[in-house]
Design a protein around this ligand. Structure first.
Ligand SMILES: [Zn+2]
Length: 343
């Protein structure tokens, strides 16, 4: 397998100071990929800036120019969670463009699959507003790009970040060409993503939310993938799978309360890889969203690259969460979601 890595030092120039979403997330991940010999097995893909036209498939022109002028005037807060620095606009253009480069390389067969290690992340960004550390919605822009540039009809976006990707859901809520599937802690930031949010109009049924209770982990996420994502994807028949990969559902991540392990993330990646092989010639593009425990992020990224490259062993030095109460009522919960989506 040929696996692409999108990365560029421009992503470190989005300077957020001591914010949890900071450049060390990528610095440590890249250095761990080097240290473990994974990086030399990857095909490096250089990002480009997304064009205004590409950004405008998702974002309002006035919002884009607001971000640009705010960065040029020295930066500051775009929303109560999202801070920018003078170079953040440029970094954000390259973050969106990085996922486009990854998607294009996969669509053209230059690589079999790819992972774009970009920041700022994207899945909370809505049409006219930054939210939750996100400026431009990288994965949503990539889905629009793939649909138009390669004349696709069906793109699947799977999102296993612990937070609901409200921006991505919004972008495609009425769009039958993009199926958005998300597992996320609920109730939790940003407040959206209950199971009854299923799309509207022609997009009815192509939004699939799998809310998770605090304390749930690998077993619940893997059942959500195997019993909901897999059949929904088979019915939808995507021609490309994009993944919003956040690693903040890990038990050692302090921003949330789920109990996923590095092994769990790798197993989810495996399911996605098998789905892509079965449904769309293996076309699979990961992009980094959240994940704030630096060790978890570095090890999880390495584990996902291992899966993409076809390695079967998973290295999980952090192991499982210390035992707590047994998760309850999962069976009823998954049955309700299956009923809503006629599975
Ligand atoms: Zn998150």
């Amino acid at each position: 397998m040929k696996t692409g890595l999108v990365y560029d030092p421009i992503y470190l120039e989005h300077d957020t100071g001591d914010h949890v979403e900071n450049s060390r997330r990528l610095v440590e991940a890249i250095s761990y990929l080097k240290e473990t010999g994974i990086k030399e097995k990857l095909t490096c893909l250089s990002p480009r800036p997304a064009s205004l036209e590409e950004l405008e498939t998702i974002h309002a022109p006035a919002y884009i120019s607001y971000v640009k002028s705010k960065a040029e005037s020295g930066g500051g807060w775009l929303d109560p969670d999202t801070v920018i620095s003078p170079k953040s606009y440029e970094a954000a253009l390259y973050a969106a463009g990085g996922v486009l480069v990854a998607a294009e390389a996969v669509m053209k067969g230059k690589v079999d699959n790819a992972f774009a290690l970009v920041r700022p992340p994207g899945h909370h960004a809505v049409q006219d507003q930054a939210m939750g550390f996100c400026i431009f919605n990288n994965v949503a822009i990539a889905a629009k790009f793939a649909l138009s540039k390669f004349k696709l009809n069906h793109v699947l976006i799977a999102d296993f970040d612990v937070h609901h990707g409200n921006g991505t859901q919004d972008a495609f809520y009425a769009d039958p060409q993009v199926l958005y599937f998300s597992t996320h802690q609920y109730p939790f930031y940003p407040g959206t993503g209950w199971m009854d949010e299923t799309g509207t109009g022609e997009g009815e049924g192509t939004t699939v939310n799998f809310p998770m209770a605090a304390g749930w982990g690998d077993e619940e996420c893997l059942r959500a993938f195997n019993e909901v994502l897999v059949p929904v994807a088979r019915r939808f028949q995507p021609q490309l799978i994009l993944v919003s990969a956040g690693f903040d559902a890990h038990w050692a991540d302090h921003l949330a309360n789920m109990k996923v392990t590095i092994t769990g993330f790798a197993q989810m990646a495996m399911i996605l890889k098998e789905l892509a092989a079965e449904l769309c010639q293996g076309r699979l593009v990961f992009t980094l969203e959240g994940g704030y425990n630096l060790r978890v992020v570095a090890h999880s990224i390495k584990a996902v690259f291992g899966v993409l490259l076809g390695n079967s062993e998973i290295d999980d030095p952090l192991g499982k969460a210390p035992p707590t109460r047994t998760p309850e009522r999962f069976d009823e919960h998954i049955e309700a979601i299956k009923r809503i989506h006629h599975l």
